[in-house]
Write a new protein. Structure first.
Length: 215
C-alpha cells in the first residue's frame, strides 16, 4: 500500500486548516513548502521543549563526535551562534581555538545571497546581526574548509531542513572550494525525506547524539 504523507493541521501564516494527504505521489513545490512549514514548527517545538539536562547530555555526545571529525582535517572551521535550542558549539569553538585553528561565524550581508564567514575568537567584539544573533564586529572574511550547519530536520539522504531562508544552500553553492558540510542536530529530527528540491544541497554528513550519518 502506498504511504500516506500528512501535510499538516494548521497553516499559521494563512490561518487555514490543512488536511492534504498524498497517496504515494510526489508533491508539487507549493505543497512541499506547506509541508516543510508545518514540519518545521513541529520539530522546533519538540527541540525547544527538551529538558535542558537531556540537551546538555546529547550535546556532549555530539561534541565528542565533532572533535574526532575536525581533528582529521586542516583549515578554517565555520561554526554558528546557537539559536532556538540548537546544539551549542561554543565549547567546541574554545577547544578548536586553543588547538590553533581559525574559527569563523556566518553573517547575513544579503538576504538573497550567501553567508559571509568572518574569523572570530572568544572575547572578540560581537554585534547583533539578523534575528539578533551575534556576529563578529570585525570584518575579517575567510573561506572555511568545514562548516557546521544547524538543522531543524534531516533525511536519510542527508538533506537538511533549515529555517527556510536558503542561506546555507546558497553558501555551499557559492564557496570555492566547497567546504565539508556537517549538519548538526538531534536524532528525533530525522525524517524519511524532506522532499528535496532543485536548490537543496545535501550535507556531507549529519552528526547527532546517536552517531554520524554519511552521505
Amino acid at each position: 500500500m502506498a504511504p500516506r504523507i500528512k501535510l499538516g493541521e494548521a497553516d499559521r501564516e494563512g490561518g487555514i486548516v490543512l488536511s492534504l494527504v498524498k497517496l504515494g505521489k510526489s508533491m508539487e513545490p507549493d505543497e512541499v513548502k506547506i509541508w516543510r512549514r508545518v514540519e518545521r514548527e513541529r520539530l522546533l517545538a519538540l527541540r525547544q521543549g527538551l529538558d535542558p539536562a537531556v540537551r546538555r547530555e546529547w550535546g556532549e555526545r555530539i561534541e565528542a563526535s565533532l572533535r574526532d571529525i575536525i581533528s582529521e582535517r586542516a583549515g578554517t572551521l565555520g561554526v554558528y551562534w546557537p539559536f532556538r535550542a540548537e546544539f551549542d558549539p561554543r565549547p567546541l569553538v574554545a577547544w578548536a581555538v586553543a588547538a590553533g585553528r581559525v574559527v569563523a561565524l556566518p553573517v547575513v550581508v544579503d538576504r538573497k545571497g550567501p553567508l559571509e564567514y568572518r574569523a572570530w575568537r572568544p572575547g572578540e567584539a560581537l554585534v547583533d546581526g539578523m534575528w539578533d544573533i551575534p556576529v563578529p564586529e570585525k570584518r575579517d572574511i575567510v573561506v572555511p574548509a568545514m562548516v557546521l550547519a544547524p538543522l531543524v530536520g534531516f533525511d536519510l539522504a542527508c538533506y537538511r531542513l533549515g529555517y527556510g531562508g536558503g542561506y546555507f544552500d546558497r553558501t555551499l553553492a557559492a564557496l570555492v572550494p566547497r567546504p565539508l558540510a556537517i549538519g548538526i542536530g538531534f536524532a528525533f529530527q530525522e525524517l524519511a525525506t524532506i522532499h528535496p528540491q532543485s536548490f537543496d544541497i545535501p550535507m556531507d554528513m549529519i552528526v547527532t547524539e546517536g552517531g554520524i550519518r554519511r552521505r
